[in-house]
Design a protein around this ligand. Structure first.
Ligand SMILES: Nc1ncnc2c1ncn2[C@@H]1O[C@H](COP(=O)(O)OP(=O)(O)O)[C@@H](O)[C@H]1O
Ligand SMILES: [Mg+2]
Length: 409
């Protein structure tokens, strides 16, 4: 991997490495350890607190330090009904002397869409009642009325924002490992600015320090003017044009832009916004890694990877772009592509081209369209010579010419 977000590199491996909230983490550990004597009176914990303070990481760490399997579901998964019933089975099956331990994690339960997921709360309550393994439910807002029945069924543990006392030593250790010179003032400023959201802080300082290997007050004060109400264009503008990505990450959670849609937007615009070929290569490779995470999440339900995929597609692209775009480059709508497949003929045409790409690169038709069409389109517009090379390599010159002539007509 060419680019590794610090949120991945420095995620806590054990619950002791989790910064701050010592009492809460202790309480979690005590509750988990009490399971050796059989299920305690509360079989589930509602672990709540603001974004980026370690809810998912501490759950992961608790499972891995005990050598347990982490069985997880994230509320944003569209197939939550199906997965919940699978989890019900895994939770209620009796442990044997030799079976591996399990921790059941229902991440971001307050994200459940109750209109679409009627019955989800009832199902979760039933799972809590019958589970033979400890269960952790996480939420940002514990007072959300729709999750109230869950709250009552759980032991409640709160993770608070990370303050300067706990945040500063954590950041200093990380920056020392990265050999980046900084000052306490700059770090305190950023902890304050990002309101103790460690994920945003790590993303911000990684981007801000990537050029000069220093992190000064001047660097972090760039964050002060940023906007908090972001539209998709604002998200893209931030990713491509400023040196901070935390706003983009936050925009993901407050806007209703679907993350895969945002991925399309970013991917689509990357070749235009990052004209330098070396930087483009780095950005595309971060996007390819993000895409690989998305695929793995879908396949194995490893939802804790989601935040890393999002970091890759935001921070990864922001860091890759070092030189400014000359002049104003408009953002493009990815819909433009999907609207092209209006007619059956052009759908077949695109499938044929994607098939040709798939043969050469061993990707599916759908992924060929996602990953390669934007790049080929870019070459078509910018470098007729490279376009010709690609077309002949794919043996799809006629099809490609036809597709682009349709597209621009
Ligand atoms: N308390 C913490 N101590 C150390 N690192 C943290 C802490 N909280 C968050 N992080 C960092 O931020 C990343 C995201 O944290 P995460 O557990 O996903 O937060 P949450 O689930 O509360 O939104 C982690 O991978 C880790 O790198
Ligand atoms: Mg989380």
């Amino acid at each position: 991997m060419t680019f590794e977000p610090w949120t991945i590199k420095y995620r806590p491996k054990t619950s002791r490495e989790v910064a701050g909230n010592k009492t809460a983490v202790e309480k979690l550990r005590g509750w988990i350890d009490s399971w050796v004597e059989g299920p305690p009176s509360k079989r589930a914990v509602l672990l709540y607190g603001p974004a980026g303070v370690g809810k998912t990481s501490v759950s992961e760490a608790l499972a891995s330090e005990r050598g347990w399997d982490l069985v997880e579901i994230n509320a944003s998964d569209k197939r939550s009904g199906e997965i919940l019933s699978k989890i019900a089975g895994l939770a209620s099956s009796q442990a044997t002397l030799f079976s591996k331990g399990r921790l059941i994690l229902l991440d971001e339960v307050d994200g459940i869409n109750l209109r679409e997921d009627q019955g989800a709360i009832t199902t979760i309550l039933a799972i809590i009642k019958n589970t033979q393994y400890p269960m952790i439910l996480t939420a940002n807002d514990p007072w959300d009325p729709k999750t109230r029945p869950l709250r009552e069924a759980c032991l409640q543990v709160e993770l608070k924002r990370i303050g300067i006392r706990d945040g500063l030593p954590l950041l200093k250790t990380i920056l020392a490992k990265e050999e980046i010179r900084t000052s306490d003032d700059a770090l305190k400023y950023i902890i304050d600015k990002d309101r103790g959201d460690i994920r945003s802080i790590l993303n911000d300082i990684q981007v801000l320090s990537s050029k000069a290997k220093t992190l000064t007050m001047d660097d972090v004060s760039l964050l002060s003017g940023r906007d908090r109400t972001e539209s998709i264009f604002e998200v893209l503008r931030v990713i491509f044009n400023s040196r901070t990505v935390a706003a983009a990450r936050r925009a993901l959670s407050i806007s209703d832009v679907d993350q895969e849609m945002l991925f399309q937007w970013i991917f689509e615009n990357t070749p235009y916004q990052i004209p330098n070929p070396h930087e483009l290569e780095q950005a595309v490779s971060a996007l390819a890694d993000a895409d690989m995470y998305f695929a793995r999440i879908k396949k194995t339900q490893s939802w804790h990877l989601l935040s890393y995929a999002l970091d890759l597609m935001t921070a990864g692209v922001a860091i890759a772009k070092q030189s400014p775009t000359s002049g104003w480059v408009p953002m493009r709508f990815p819909q433009r592509i999907s609207s092209m497949s209006r007619t059956r003929g052009s759908r077949d045409l695109r499938k044929r081209i994607a098939g040709a790409i798939g043969e050469k690169t061993h990707v599916s038709v759908r992924r060929a369209q996602q990953l390669y069409f934007p790049l080929i389109r870019f070459e078509h517009e910018h470098s007729p010579e490279r376009f010709e090379q690609i077309a002949s390599w794919l043996k799809a010159k006629d099809d490609l010419d036809e597709m682009f002539s349709e597209e621009f007509s």
